[in-house]
Design a protein around this ligand. Sequence first.
Ligand SMILES: [Zn+2]
Ligand SMILES: [Zn+2]
Length: 172
Amino acid sequence: MPQAAILLINFNSSSLIPYIEENLYKNFSLKCDLIIPRIDLSQYYSETRDQYYSTKLIEYSLTKYSEYEKILSLTDFDLYVPVLTFVFGEAQLNGKAAIVSAHRLYPEFYGLPQNDELFLSRLIKEINHELGHTYGLKHCIDFECVMHSSSNVDEIDIKSENFCNSCKQKIK
Ligand SMILES: [Zn+2]
Ligand SMILES: [Zn+2]
């Protein structure tokens, strides 16, 4: 069975990890190793933006953990790429590595009460979406499909955690 590495980079919702592992097994037949990398994060941090550069974190994960079939980094840090104000995540199209930020998935980020169920469902969607890209999937026009693009949490909440049939076929 293909092995995946889950890198926990300042990811604090560790109680949710069993759900994440189960989801990776169910959707991608991946078995996971959990890794807390010893990493100097200062080089990925932008002081002016108070965010971390997702592309660089992906590069780091690839140089360190390339023996894995897939590498999923999870973080509570807010992520960016230079052309955007923020990203929920980033992935290599048809590659190994993906990263997901939980930062803007917490209802508390929007001044709303804590809601673990909602947070977990958003997190799973973002993980499936970014990992979907690593299997070569592009954005899908089916608005219920998890590969539908989302630029804010409302758009994440509208779509499902699942891949439409056409996207599911492509993963296999
Ligand atoms: Zn996408
Ligand atoms: Zn689809």
